[in-house]
Design a binder for this molecule. Structure first.
Ligand code: IVH
Length: 697
């Protein structure tokens, strides 16, 4: 075929494929079979391989699943996706009830209780009824844009049912893989010689994060909706009613989407509104008049959970009334009006075949029981942690013993206790080695734990450190998994994290398991990681006690690694949400000459983390506290709070003498009285908006 002919055919293929994508993804009514679609794509790929000059940026091959996409784009949530406080103890649920009733000054409270789905939390955004974005939760503020993948999930409406959809709607729910689909998928993967997923949750996560949405489409995923995160009702029709689910309701509106849409005033109404829009709502929920019934419903679900087609790991108990919710307010990461009451972990009995010692990222030695494989609630368990030497001695666990193990959700299975058997012939007790089983350096004791003293000269510590650095929540370097890291460390290619950024192509090509393409992909992924966000970079360094959340806080506060390195322990402790222990670890980390050099070397190789976008503007509200009470006309609580925060202020839910402004909406309640009593500055919503406007001009 000549170049001109190829160009013409390629143009035809673009048009055809784009049309079918639209029919499939947007209209949900494909007009050709998957096979026919695949053969169009294959033809295009073949032609582009023959005539590389004809590959244009708008070719469908350059979109989803194209080889050079190494990560999913970030997606900032409209309102933060909070998490829930959780417990396994009914007593803690009773205390939660007492606290909440006191807080909202009520004798009794009705709770909605529903399954806590064991999947992945996802935000869906609809504009004028059309699904425009799907995002994973991420750190609660920013997730990953997984819109094409989300569109493949059949139970997610691409267009809301009803005539007057909200102008904008943000829905939160859970994506999961039902058990039957999970088992089939694993069977097929085993047959193909691929690695299987450990549990349905991981399978759902792995399927959702695909760069090629056709892979996601082939996976049996489903979606249950459980929350309206924010809503701007339709502005046309008989009168707007702009408000959101986070506002206090007026108590009179109903929420049938086809009629005049008002915000739901209870969670019960919220569920039926979502069902009416076409979302899947799990029917196993119950409105309970008090906490005792909620706890009883938890027990009922605990005994019937195995009959459900998917995994749940507890129940979510939440105040049904939106008015109660806004009166109770939020903590920094979780609402005061909800609690996850989880199930007790699943337990099973098996035999310890061997006890080995693992070396972690910080050098900590962990005794691990290798078990005769046993099915614990649908997951095969063959290892369980024994935590530390003291624990092994206290429980008196030895090789050959019968033991009870437990598995709770994502947590590593643990050995609970030994089950003595009559007439058993036991082996000698376990002894912690005095030198590191990996590098042979002396082992040191620190409190209950033992540590290898080898630092980064210990290949195990170096491997774990690099694995962590490259992991998803950190620098997200695809292709740098456990196996590759092991090969690199063992071949002396990576003697520190910084070496990753000066890797030569030839060196990678010489490593086992690498070919041209995989080597290029890895190098491209490493290159792309150089400008990951500062928060991720700080987390990736592997500082003790610094998780993703703390990483983000430090990035926001300091804005650059250099500034963070210069910070003092006192400055760190002064930061809201940073305690003395975290402050000490951070200071200690940056005091190390070796760590500083590693960071300098990385920067010399072009690593340049991107600073957080937020705190650049002026901070007119610095040190100021705002309290909101009552429902507002044009703003949701969350929007109002965010406005305050963006100008450097704090939004609190409790009034005190130190409160600078109290913003009072309709139906304000006791906070208004208190504000008057304390002679605080009181603003109406309009005055508040005027104040904001005056700052951002
Ligand atoms: S309500 C303010 N309801 O559990 C948070 N969450 O530990 C409102 N989850 O990742 C959440 N099932 O996404 C709610 N029926 C349910 C849930 C549920 C699962 C997830 C949630 C979060 C985690 C909290």
């Amino acid at each position: 075929m000549r170049q001109e002919e190829a160009a013409a055919r390629i143009r035809e293929l673009h048009t055809e494929i784009n049309r079918h994508d639209h029919l499939y993804y947007v209209e949900s009514s494909p007009s050709i079979s998957d096979e026919a679609y695949d053969s169009l794509r294959k033809e295009l790929e073949r032609l582009e391989a023959l005539f590389p000059d004809l590959v244009t940026p708008d070719s469908p091959t350059q979109r989803v699943g194209a080889a050079d996409r190494s990560s999913l784009p970030p997606a900032k949530h409209i309102v933060p996706m909070l998490s829930l406080d959780s417990t396994t103890e009914p007593e803690v649920a009773r205390e939660f009830d007492v606290r909440l009733r006191k807080l909202v000054e009520r004798e009794s409270l009705a709770y909605t209780v529903e399954p806590k789905f064991d999947g992945l939390s996802v935000e869906l955004i609809y504009e004028n009824g059309l699904l425009v974005r799907g995002a994973s939760r991420g750190d609660g503020y920013t997730g990953e844009d997984i819109t094409p993948n989300i569109r493949t999930i059949k139970s997610i409406p691409l267009r809301l049912v009803g005539d007057s959809p909200p102008e904008r709607l943000s829905i939160r729910g859970e994506t999961l893989m039902p058990l039957e689909g999970f088992r089939n998928l694993n069977r097929v993967m085993t047959e193909r010689g691929e690695n299987t997923f450990a549990n349905p949750r991981n399978a759902a996560a792995g399927s959702l994060r695909q760069l090629d949405s056709r892979i996601t489409a082939a996976r049996p995923l489903t979606f249950y909706a459980y929350e309206i995160m924010s809503m701007i009702p339709a502005s046309s029709g008989e009168g707007p009613d702009p408000s959101s689910s986070h506002d206090e309701g007026t108590g009179t509106t109903t929420s049938v989407p086809n009629e005049k849409p008002g915000p739901p005033t209870t969670h019960t109404e919220e569920l039926s509104a979502m069902a009416a829009w076409g979302f899947l709502i799990d029917p196993h929920w119950k409105l309970c008049p008090d906490i005792e019934e909620a706890i009883a419903f938890h027990s009922l679900l605990a005994s019937t959970r195995d009959d459900l087609p998917f995994e749940i790991d507890g129940v979510v108990i939440q105040a049904d009334s939106k008015r109660v919710r806004s009166a109770a307010g939020m903590r920094s990461r979780s609402p005061r009006w909800a609690l996850a009451l989880k199930f007790e972990p699943r337990r099973e009995i098996t035999t310890v075949e061997e006890i080995v010692v693992g070396v972690g990222r910080t050098g900590k030695l962990t005794p691990v029981a290798l078990l005769r494989p046993v099915d614990v609630g649908g997951v095969t368990v063959s290892r369980a942690t024994l935590h530390n030497a003291g624990e092994v001695a206290r429980k008196d666990i030895r090789e050959g013993d019968r033991v009870r193990i437990k598995r709770a959700g994502d947590v590593i299975p643990a050995v609970v206790e030994r089950i003595p058997t009559a007439g058993e012939d036991r082996r000698p007790p376990f002894i912690m080695p005095s030198s590191c089983p990996v590098c042979g350096n002396p082992v040191e004791e620190d409190g209950a734990y033992h540590f290898c003293s080898g630092g980064l000269t210990c290949p195990a510590q170096l491997k774990r450190g690099i694995e962590h650095f490259a992991s998803r929540g950190a620098m997200d370097i695809e292709g740098l998994g456990k196996k590759t890291v092991a090969t690199m460390v063992e071949n002396g290619v990576a003697g520190s994290i910084a070496d990753l950024f000066s890797l030569e192509r030839d060196v990678v090509l010489n490593l086992e398991g690498f070919a041209e393409k995989s080597a290029d992909n890895l190098l491209a992924a490493i290159e792309a990681s150089k400008t990951k966000s500062l928060g991720r970079f700080i987390f990736a360094l592997g500082i003790r006690n610094v998780g993703e959340h703390v990483g983000t806080i430090l990035a926001r506060r300091f804005g650059s690694i250099e500034k963070l390195m210069e910070s003092t322990e006192d400055e760190l402790t002064a930061i809201h949400e940073i305690g003395p222990e975290v402050a000490r670890s951070v200071s200690k980390f940056f005091a190390s000459e070796k760590n500083r050099r590693t960071i300098e070397n990385m920067f010399a190789s072009g690593v340049a983390p991107s600073p957080p976008a937020v705190p650049t503007g002026p901070k007119p509200f610095a040190e100021m506290t705002f309290v909101f009470t009552g429902s507002m006309e044009t703003l949701t609580r969350t929007e109002a709070k965010r406005m305050v925060q963006e100008l450097g202020g704090r939004a609190s839910s409790t009034i005190s003498k130190k409160t600078d402004y109290v913003v009072v909406g309709t139906d304000p309640g006791s906070k208004h009285e208190k504000a008057v009593r304390l002679e605080l500055k009181i603003l109406t919503e309009q005055e508040f908006l005027a104040l904001i406007k005056a700052q951002v001009r």
